[in-house]
Design a protein around this ligand. Structure first.
Ligand code: IMP
Length: 426
């Protein structure tokens, strides 16, 4: 059985990773690790009838026996973290001892959030449609080697020096470039010190703890946030998030690339996207509205409506290969129930070849060409056995396998945990 499993979305996020996490959690999962992104992710859970939304914590946290980690590749907002820990405590109890956060994580400070939002509101800059949570701006500081990391919170003079340097820089941008107010140094310093105390029980050595688990042959899940098409390097740049999803496990969690022995890729049976950027198969007709309404397509983090369209087989195949996916999880197939025809994009009409297009991911001007499959009126909703699916739905799943080149090991047929077809247990 596989011990180090990677799970990542293959589209623009929101593929429904929670389902897979739930399934693995019921099958002897010991630990879960977030390794990139921040509280831009969104994952809604119903625990004992209460709704909890996690943005930063690994979604496996709601399973009591799973040890959870936030690796060094994650940018951490302490406000967001504490609000999640407090919310989680109401339904899950105290998380101390179950959650370890790397002291090497870069922090998201209030000036990161302020600059992210000011830039997005500006009429002179490219609007990315970010979540406005300071993700990109915090990563900018990380790459610029001026981040305040969690470990710095416990060295007062270093912290003071770093906050002073940061605010010299940011306050000048706020006032000169945006006519906005400055952030007060002393208030921010005191806030950091207070939060440092509260954070202490959770700070630890993630590399060492994961190694110990690996030495004991424990089963570990590396939970990717967002989706491969939002990868800073391989996604639809500049309309991407600011972290490496593909291959990010090594730098973000501190494990070797060869440790991962199985990668599960997740795709919806159609496509959605929140925020700006190219989306070749986007639908602006009644089918798009149908997918949005039937699929409840509203962003869990920002509440923005998601753009909807057909499954893009070209992007799926490319992201499957780039991410080294071994098996696919196909979610929300039930949303297609009742459609007369179901389409999958299999080529682009463009003056450039597909190879040229994916090198830069400049796919704004392509025209998608579709394979049209028969839809189905007999519902897939709630089905738990592949053999019970109607023939047209089966043909759709088989087409996804043919296009992606990997087996579909799991199919989600509805929002409930039990609405799942397991074809291969990982
Ligand atoms: P940022 O990550 O806030 O910088 O936003 C950059 C882009 O990534 C925007 O288009 C966001 O809508 C998108 N994004 C970030 N996180 C998620 C997510 O968890 N699901 C879907 N889209 C996301």
């Amino acid at each position: 059985m596989y011990k180090n499993i990677s799970l990542l979305g293959l589209q623009w996020g929101d593929e429904g990773k929670g389902k897979v996490v739930d399934n693995l959690a019921e099958n002897n999962l010991d630990a879960a690790v977030r390794y990139q992104g921040g509280h831009n992710a969104g994952h809604t859970l119903i625990v004992d009838g209460k709704k909890v939304v996690f943005h930063l914590l690994p979604s496996a946290i709601c399973h009591p026996n799973i040890q959870c980690f936030i690796g060094r590749g994650v940018v951490v907002s302490l406000d967001a973290l504490f609000s999640e820990i407090d919310d989680a405590a109401e339904v899950l109890g105290n998380l101390e001892g179950r959650l370890t956060i790397s002291s090497a994580c870069s922090l998201i400070q209030p000036y990161h959030i302020k600059l992210d939002q000011l830039r997005e509101q500006s009429n002179n800059l490219t609007k990315i449609g970010t979540t406005g949570r300071g993700i990109g701006t915090s990563y900018e500081d990380r790459v610029g080697r001026r981040s305040i990391r969690i470990a710095d919170l416990y060295d007062e003079s270093k912290l003071k020096e770093k906050i002073t340097q940061a605010l010299d820089f940011y306050n000048s941008i706020f006032t000169h470039s945006f006519g906005a107010n400055e952030i007060n140094i002393n208030e921010l310093f005191d806030q950091n010190l207070q939060q440092a105390e509260k954070l202490k029980p959770y700070v630890g050595n993630v590399i060492e703890e994961i190694r110990n688990l690996q030495n004991q042959d424990k089963k570990i899940l590396f939970e990717g946030a967002q989706g491969a098409l939002l990868d800073i390097s391989l996604g639809t740049y500049p309309f991407v998030t600011s972290s490496n999803l593909i291959g990010g496990i090594t730098s973000g969690a501190g494990v070797s690339p060869s440790d991962v022995d199985y990668t599960i890729g997740i795709t919806k049976a159609y496509t959605t996207r929140v925020g700006e950027g190219p989306f070749p198969t986007e639908l602006f007709d009644e089918v798009g509205t149908y997918l949005a309404e039937t699929g409840g397509e509203v962003g869990a983090t920002t509440g923005r409506p998601r753009r909807c369209g057909w499954l893009d087989g070209l992007l799926l195949e490319n992201m499957t290969r780039l991410s080294g996916v071994n098996g696919l999880c196909l979610t929300k197939i039930d949303v297609l129930d009742g459609l007369e025809k179901v389409k999958i994009c299999t080529s682009y009409k463009s003056s450039k070849s597909f190879e040229e297009l994916i090198e830069t991911m400049d796919i704004e001007d392509v025209q998608p060409q579709y394979l049209e499959l028969e839809g189905w009126s007999e519902p897939t909703a709630g089905i738990t056995q592949f053999d019970d699916l109607n023939d047209n739905a089966k043909a759709f799943v088989e087409k996804v396998e043919e296009i992606s080149g990997v087996p579909v090991i799991m199919i989600s047929t509805g929002p409930k945990r039990e609405d799942t077809i397991i074809r291969q247990q990982i």
